[in-house]
Design a protein around this ligand. Structure first.
Ligand code: ADP
Ligand code: MG
Length: 728
């Protein structure tokens, strides 16, 4: 009997209910474990509070003596809540978060034991960073790296540890993490967007990017997950036959949330609220055991930190409820995978959403300006955007007719398409008073009404305008949002900068009025962005052909998608915007490509192991039972035995055939792996893993899954899809 599988099923069915104790209203608990502005006001001196605010708002440096004061207050606050340790909390290029805890506890010079936390420890640390991926940065420069406090993301308490969000950089200043380039990109977009927003409102002095992510995930019982070596090692199932019932009845989406899952969600939400993550929405997703959680949007840097933190918390809370969270983009074949829509916009410090048309024609023109510049930015940099979401796991999802295709395009809806068509016909140069009035009344002025009933949403588009924000839907569920947010904000910043130069040129040299200049530049941008605009079905074959004709990229795999990072134009762009230098960008390319290789390599090994050590022995055991049976029938029926043993003999043969195919597949795959490992460059290895190793996965899986259907259920060692997806 398949012991582990049945034990896991038994455990799953006999779980005790884990009680969730409500600590109070969310509005009262919100941010209770965060050293936020309200808490700072209470704990800090006036001067030190001001110095933190100046650091947050203006990017000012915090002096040593101030840092000491802030650290001491932080420690007092944390200790009042039972905290014993502190850590710099950062996001190395592994994509997850890193922490190394130190106790406040110390022995002073005169031998006394005390609790201490100084400005030095708050502001800068030097973790032993040699084991984090650096893409060669530390080899060429300095071996050491250090973490430095990011005051724009408040410190928080997790468990009994005070966590201080930090950047992670090499001694020569190269970014070794995901946060540093993001902060630089947000800075770039702030500068560029503020300059444009000032055209419309002089009072604007800062623009920040906003991000609202929507996290999809699967939740399965811990014991069931642990019984599958592929889930344990690769985060997804590498084989498993589809169950009779999958998602075809559409009965899970927005369905009633199962009790056990609801308890997990409530627990998770309470923890999020305490940590200042403004979670708001929860629901069942399309696939069985798939769910979604979304917060109220926030400033992008904070939202990115919150999503990274969330993914960590989810695992811990899930564990308490005997669940395992699967954040992988494609844990199960044949049903939907998971994504993480990144809703993005720009907001001014005067409280205006720049992607939301206002009440006056002028504010609608401001909306159009940012709207069209964003489209142009995506048009000119679609390949970079594709690269920003590339990973071995997301490759399974993009283009699988459930998620956007690997082709980047922008959906804006019928009505805004019509507006752009009207704007394309604006006269060149100065506008007649009649034309101006007509534009303001009948085109631009109508936008707010239009958007009110902008209901046609195209779920197949990777980058869609949804009323007051763009929704980047191709981001993977497992991804750190920093990467796509860095690229998006950088390309928009670059575009807005170019726009400003053009508008200023028309105003200064051609003596156009500002609004005329804006109309003139917008007109040209619309013409130049036609390639990227697509309103049709992104899943269709016709779109694949049409996109090729338009010259859009269609990079289906990570090695293809990442290549753009080496392009001279990409390097120039990131350098010009002060987001990444050549070394930093190249490091990200190398890390991306090597991670890809390793992921596929691990999957190949796990699949080979399961196929040879679990599936084949089980199949042989069952085949032996059949042989035994046939032998017995022959004894009884003698020469007539074939009539009664036909089915058994047929299965015996089928089993042999599948075993032979699996054996050949695993052997050939292993040989290809060996060949790939010997290749000289990381790039060649990644391509070989992609094109020569990975194709064997399907062949091996096909034969294993066929055996699953043939072999006695009692013997089958791998927990089946129907158990993974429907038991809780
Ligand atoms: P859905 O896309 O699932 O239909 P909604 O349109 O209600 O859901 O919103 C999805 C997400 O968009 C939410 O997480 C919300 O916080 C976020 N969002 C709304 N407005 C903005 C904005 N201006 N900037 C960034 N995110 C936003
Ligand atoms: Mg959604």
């Amino acid at each position: 009997m398949a012991t582990l599988r049945f034990k896991a099923v038994h455990e799953t069915l006999n779980r005790d209910e884990i009680a969730v104790v409500s600590k109070g209203r969310h509005s009262e608990l919100f941010g209770a474990d965060v050293f936020n502005q309200a808490t700072m006001k209470q704990y800090l001196t006036k001067d030190s509070y001001k110095s933190v605010l100046d650091a947050i708002i203006k990017g000012d440096k915090i002096s040593r003596s101030m840092a000491d004061q802030i650290a001491a207050s932080m420690k007092d606050w944390a200790m009042s809540k039972g905290v014993t340790h502190y850590t710099h909390w950062f996001q190395p290029l592994t994509g997850s978060t890193a922490e190394k805890h130190d106790a406040f506890f110390e022995i002073s010079n005169d031998g006394e034991s005390i609790e201490s936390f100084g400005g030095d420890q708050l502001v800068q640390q030097e973790p032993d960073a040699s084991s984090f991926p650096s893409g060669g940065i530390r080899n060429t420069f300095e071996a050491r790296g250090y973490t430095a406090w990011d005051p724009t993301s408040p410190a928080f308490i997790y468990g009994t540890t005070l966590c201080i969000p930090t950047v992670f950089v090499s001694y020569t200043g190269e970014a070794l993490d995901n946060k540093t380039p993001l902060l630089r990109a947000l800075n770039a977009v702030d500068e560029a967007a503020t300059a444009i927003a000032k055209i419309f409102d002089k009072n604007v002095s800062k623009v920040h990017a906003t991000l609202g992510w929507e996290q999809e995930y699967f939740l399965i019982d811990k014991a069931l997950a642990a019984s599958r070596p592929d889930i344990v090692q690769a985060g997804r199932t590498l084989l498993g036959h589809s169950p009779a019932k999958g998602q075809q009845l559409d009965d899970h989406y927005f369905g009633s949330i199962p009790n056990r899952v609801m308890r997990f969600m409530r627990d998770l939400e309470q923890q999020c609220i305490l940590l200042g993550i403004p979670v708001k929405t929860r629901h069942n997703e399309v696939a069985p055991n798939q769910f979604e959680l979304a917060p109220i949007f926030e400033e992008a840097n904070l939202a990115v930190d919150h999503n990274s933190l969330l993914m960590d918390i989810m695992e811990k809370i899930a564990d308490r409820h005997h669940f395992k969270v699967l954040l992988h983009e494609k844990p199960f074949a044949g049903i939907n995978g998971s994504g993480k829509h990144n809703n993005w916009s720009l907001a001014t410090d005067t409280g205006v959403n720049l992607l939301s048309p206002g009440k006056t024609p002028m504010s609608s023109l401001q909306f159009l300006t940012f709207f069209i510049n964003t489209i142009k930015a995506v048009n000119d940099n679609e390949e970079l955007l594709r690269a920003s979401i590339a990973s071995a796991s997301n490759d399974h999802r993009l283009g699988a007719n459930e998620a956007p295709p690997a082709i980047m395009s922008v959906f804006i809806g019928e009505q805004l398409t019509k507006v752009l068509e009207d704007l394309e016909n604006v006269s060149k140069g100065k506008l007649s008073p009649e034309e101006k009035t007509d534009l303001k009344l009948n085109v631009v002025g109508k936008i707010p009404e239009i958007l009110l009933d902008n209901t046609d949403r195209n779920r197949t588009s990777p980058f869609a305008f949804t009323g007051n924000k763009f929704e980047f839907r191709a981001v993977g569920s497992k991804a750190n949002c920093a990467n796509p947010m860095t690229v998006l904000n950088t390309i928009v910043a670059k575009q807005l900068r170019a726009f400003k130069v053009e508008v200023d040129g028309l105003v200064n040299k051609k003596k156009l009025k500002k609004d005329e200049a804006v109309f003139n530049v917008i007109r040209e941008y619309i013409k130049a962005s036609r390639t990227i605009l697509f309103e049709g079905d992104g899943y269709s074959d016709a779109w694949q052909r049409e996109a090729t004709r338009r010259g859009l990229s269609n990079n289906k795999t990570t090695p293809e998608a990442l290549a753009i990072l080496k392009d001279q134009k990409s390097i120039a762009l990131f350098e010009e915007m002060d987001v990444m230098n050549k070394t930093e960008l190249h490091a990200r390319y190398e890390i991306g490509i090597e991670e890809y290789t390793m992921r596929v390599q691990i999957e190949g090994r796990v699949l080979g192991d399961i196929a040879r050590n679990h599936v084949i022995p089980t199949a042989i055991r069952y085949q032996n039972t059949l042989i035994e049976n046939v032998r017995g029938l022959k004894e009884i029926y003698e020469s007539d035995f074939r009539k009664v043993a036909r089915e058994q003999m047929d299965i015996i043969e089928q089993i042999s055939e599948h075993i032979a195919n699996i054996n050949k597949g695993v052997t050939d795959m292993t040989n290809e792996r060996k060949k790939a490992n010997k290749l000289k460059t990381p790039e060649m290895r990644a391509k070989a893993y992609c094109n020569a190793v990975k194709p064997y996965f399907d062949e091996i899986r096909y034969n294993c899954d066929k055996l699953e259907l043939l072999v006695d259920d009692e013997l089958w060692p791998l927990t089946k899809y129907r158990e993974l997806l429907f038991m809780r």
